[in-house]
Design a protein around this ligand. Structure first.
Ligand code: CS2
Length: 483
């Protein structure tokens, strides 16, 4: 992040109040625009000592941004009629795990920590997205199993801290996943138990009996903060805040109410505390994230920089509507209290908001971790119900073109994905359309074997991929929406 406007002082507070109740792993933009805002609101409404110690598992960016500001930062709600901003003060401190892993273990093992929450993105679970189980060959997991006192992964930190709690005769904490994964609580539980099992089977039993892993559905569109956002805030607010976050006004948080050691009054801040989150998760992952990824890959290939740019094109808006109507909604059981058609109308309004510059390139990141829950599960369900969803297959084929690393003008694509190299090699290693598609379908951590071997699915992907190669994304989308 660049410098502020000349003369604008840095946002700061003299000293954050002491005490905390939450350790949060992954203090990026989404956490700051979402979890911390809900917690700030909950403490304002109902009090409670739920201050947050935020922990970066990799870079020092969050500490560099928030540290000098005493943990506070600005949450900016973007709107065409003018932004509004407020200062969030729920974060008490920011730690950088690689600098001092022991300090992170110590704060997590401190009985004041009653919740460990996570926004570590899909890849942070070190799991195999096709099965939901821990990938024990993951380099960070291998490292953590042999160095439990100085872990690197979220799973390693959680298990080591829980071992300390058990050994000290202290109660455990709740582990709260806030990532866009289906059954995110169950995935967190599975990876923690798989890791603990490999480390100490008694500990795994203790965790299974003493820790809860509530599921959550999280939703707020939060594009990466740019230098222009920081400069705009400096102009309107009169201070420099490189830690600010920008987001839409909309927010929705549905949380399974299963906390072993209490929680902030998030319900008083508008969160829906429910017994079963699954239907909400499926709705959100398939309707929002599914079309987001479709628009990201097809939109990027078609030359659209943002989601709002893409849906300003009538064919891309029609693509989105047709995906919902014909292919996604028939697979989504409506959650109690939700009207699915109204939900999708609101999504379209959110996508069209030109104040939100959400880049297709940002959403296209980490596709290998996102495809199963956003597109492939929907495709599988549609096929089980007897039809091949051509639009979703087109989106998967667009992902295949995207990870090939060359755009429709022959320019390189900066593909960000933990498997970027393998994906590129799979694509480059074949010299026919069929060879490229088959090499990518053969990636079992993404495509489950049954789906990859399904002849109708393969044929649909092959046809879509060939159309993209021959005619490009705009023509392929036009073709689909007029079909
Ligand atoms: C997006 C999500 O980057 C992405 O993959 O689809 O971050 C999306 O904006 C959020 O899930 C909205 O809640």
């Amino acid at each position: 992040m660049g410098a502020g406007l000349p003369g604008s002082p840095r946002l700061t507070r003299s000293r954050p109040p002491p005490g905390h109740g939450i350790v949060h792993l992954g203090p990026g933009a989404f956490f700051r625009a979402f979890n911390a805002v809900y917690t700030d609101d909950a403490m304002a409404e109902a009090g409670g000592d739920w201050g947050i110690i935020a922990v970066s598992l990799r870079s020092s960016t969050a500490r560099d941004q928030l540290g000098p500001q005493g943990g506070c930062y600005t949450s900016v709600t973007l709107a065409t009629g003018g932004d509004t901003h407020r200062i969030i003060s729920a974060v008490r401190d920011v730690l950088v795990a690689p600098d001092d892993p022991a300090a992170v273990v110590a704060i997590m093992a401190d009985p004041a920590t009653r919740i460990v929450s996570l926004t570590i993105t899909e890849k942070g679970y070190c799991h195999d997205p096709a099965t939901g189980r821990l990938n024990r060959d993951h380099p960070d997991i291998q490292h953590d199993l042999s160095n439990p006192d100085a872990p690197r992964s979220a799973v390693g930190f959680i298990v080591t801290a829980l071992a300390r709690r058990r050994d000290a005769g202290q109660p455990a904490f709740t582990v709260l996943s806030c990532d866009n994964l289906p059954s995110n609580g169950a995935v967190a539980r599975a990876v923690v138990l798989d890791f603990a099992q490999a480390y100490d089977a008694d500990l795994a039993d203790w965790i299974a009996a003493n820790v809860t892993f509530p599921a959550t559905m999280v939703d707020r569109i939060t594009p990466a903060t740019t230098d222009a956002d920081v400069a705009r805030l400096a102009q309107t607010a009169g201070y420099f805040d490189p830690g600010c976050v920008v987001h839409e006004a909309f927010r929705q948080w549905v949380v399974e109410d299963d906390f072993i050691a209490g929680r902030p009054a998030w319900d008083q801040a508008g969160a829906q505390m429910v017994r079963d989150v699954a239907a909400h998760e499926t709705m959100k992952l398939r309707c929002l994230n599914g079309t987001h990824s479709a628009l990201a890959y097809l939109g990027y290939l078609a030359g659209f920089e943002t989601i709002a740019d893409a849906v300003a094109d009538p064919d891309f808006a029609a693509l989105c509507r047709k995906l919902w109507q014909d292919e996604i909604l028939p697979t989504v059981p409506p959650p109690e209290g939700e009207d699915l058609h109204a939900y999708c109308d609101t999504l379209m309004e959110r996508y069209c908001d030109r104040a939100i510059r959400h880049r297709t390139w940002q959403i296209a990141m980490d596709g290998s971790q996102k495809l199963p829950q956003r597109l492939l599960g929907t495709i599988r369900d549609a096929m089980d119900a007897g039809h091949v969803p051509a639009g979703l297959c087109l989106a998967v084929a667009a992902w295949m073109r995207y990870v090939g690393g060359v755009d429709e003008d022959g320019k390189a694509i900066d593909v960000r994905d933990p498997h970027a190299k393998t994906l590129r090699a799979a694509s480059d290693g074949a010299d026919t359309t069929e060879g490229r598609v088959d090499a990518l379908l053969g990636m079992t951590s993404i495509f489950d074997r049954d789906l990859a071997r399904n002849a109708a699915f393969r044929a649909a992907i092959l046809q879509a991929y060939a159309t993209l190669e021959r005619a490009g994304a705009r023509a392929a989308v036009k073709d689909y929406v007029s079909g």
